[in-house]
Design a protein around this ligand. Structure first.
Ligand SMILES: Nc1nc2c(ncn2[C@@H]2O[C@H](COP(=O)(O)OP(=O)(O)O)[C@@H](O)[C@H]2O)c(=O)[nH]1
Ligand SMILES: [Mg+2]
Length: 348
């Protein structure tokens, strides 16, 4: 799911703001009532007020519930992201609380309108309206913390990386400072998007490129696949499981020059670990910082790995082709996809 979904979510009002909105709408509705008979007029006014307040609350609260994506429809990866970011149980709980408040407000409005319809005493009409307002306010106050939760969750969810589970995704792993972010930038057609990742305090770089009409995503996972296992907590393990679901390929970037400060031995140990953590995902090992190794042939004669320099641009196209080929071999070709350079004749 694209992050756009969260960016499109409307602001959730606080309980006070919501009540203000409902009651001021109700006052406006009351002011439109005309009837020369005082008793009839008051009755119509009170009914209008209660109905409008109930309608506004019902529509606003249910509108929020409807606009928030259903967790059951999310990919496993997105669910893991949402769970780590705000908690899936809380997500469900607060939305259903808000749904409940909408229904309660409607019920209170209906009950009091029914009472008013039989009433002839003007004082009692006002009292009934006040009672309805009181009960409605108490319901909305009760769900105030859910409204606050939703608003905070919206802000958090908007910052999540936008990874589309329907497009191939290349997970870039490797020790810190081996050049992962630089490589993603070198392979990307635009500037990589920088998002915060709920599993780590570090920033995540998401890059894209298009090849043969297909869009590829590349994601770097700071704090997740760049350090040894014993330090990982449960939420991080959950993220790794999620990566297994969206990853089409793991690109493991090595820094044979040890320029980033991690020894080759540690980098090889981490490689074994990453391979073990994502056993179902094909793995491509790449040697980076070719400029420091003085290799510009696209292949490291020592390791046999593709060799690239993100800063000098060596080997980038070769690597792109290799990734596309590896991923392509794994996917069922879309029978409707067209080769590059093929142009559909537009109907005149
Ligand atoms: N010489 C050289 N330096 C590089 C190359 N790629 C990255 N670097 C440098 O290595 C350091 C770490 O790079 P970065 O992309 O942040 O590594 P990350 O931690 O793996 O994301 C930075 O100072 C980069 O400028 C490269 O191809 N050649
Ligand atoms: Mg980085």
């Amino acid at each position: 799911m694209a992050v756009v979904v969260w960016k499109r979510l409307p602001t959730v009002l606080t309980s006070d703001e919501l009540l203000d909105k409902a009651f001021s709408r109700a006052t406006k509705a009351k002011d439109q009532v005309e009837d020369p008979n005082r008793m009839y007029r008051t009755r119509k006014q009170m009914i209008r007020m209660i109905q409008s307040a109930g309608d506004v609350l019902d529509a606003t609260l249910k509108g929020w519930v409807m606009k928030w994506p259903s967790l059951n429809k999310q990919s496993e990866f997105d669910r893991a992201l949402i769970d780590a970011a705000v908690g899936c149980d809380d997500y469900r709980h607060h939305l259903s609380t808000i749904q409940w408040a909408a229904e309660q407000s409607m019920n209170i409005a209906r009950q009091n309108v029914r009472k008013l319809q039989r009433m002839v005493n003007i004082e009692m009409m006002h009292a009934t309206r006040r009672e309805a307002y009181g009960r409605i306010s108490s319901i909305v106050d009760q769900v105030g913390s859910s409204l606050d939760w939703l608003n905070n969750a919206r802000d958090t969810l908007r910052e999540l990386p936008s990874i589309d589970s329907s497009e191939p995704c290349i997970v870039v792993a490797g020790s810190p400072n081996v050049g992962k972010s630089a490589l993603i930038a070198a392979l990307s057609s635009g500037d990589p998007e920088i998002a915060s990742y709920p599993f780590t305090t570090k920033q995540l770089h998401v890059g894209h490129f298009t090849s043969r009409r297909r869009r590829y995503q590349m994601v770097d996972t700071p704090g997740l696949l760049d350090r040894p296992m014993e330090e990982r907590n449960q939420i991080e393990m959950q993220a790794i499981v999620a990566l297994e679901h969206i990853g089409s390929l793991v690109l493991y970037l090595m820094d044979p020059a040890e320029h980033g400060g991690t020894s080759m031995e540690s980098q090889e140990n981490l490689l074994k670990e990453v391979a073990g953590l994502l056993p179902q995902t094909p793995l491509l090992i790449v040697d980076g910082k070719a400029d420091l190794l003085k290799i510009d042939t696209g292949e490291n004669p020592v390791s046999g790995h593709i060799c690239v320099s993100a800063t000098e641009g060596y080997g980038i196209e070769l690597l792109r082709q290799e990734m596309v080929d590896r991923i392509g071999a794994d996917v069922v070709e879309d029978p409707l996809s067209l080769p590059d350079g093929w142009h559909r004749k537009t109907a005149e």
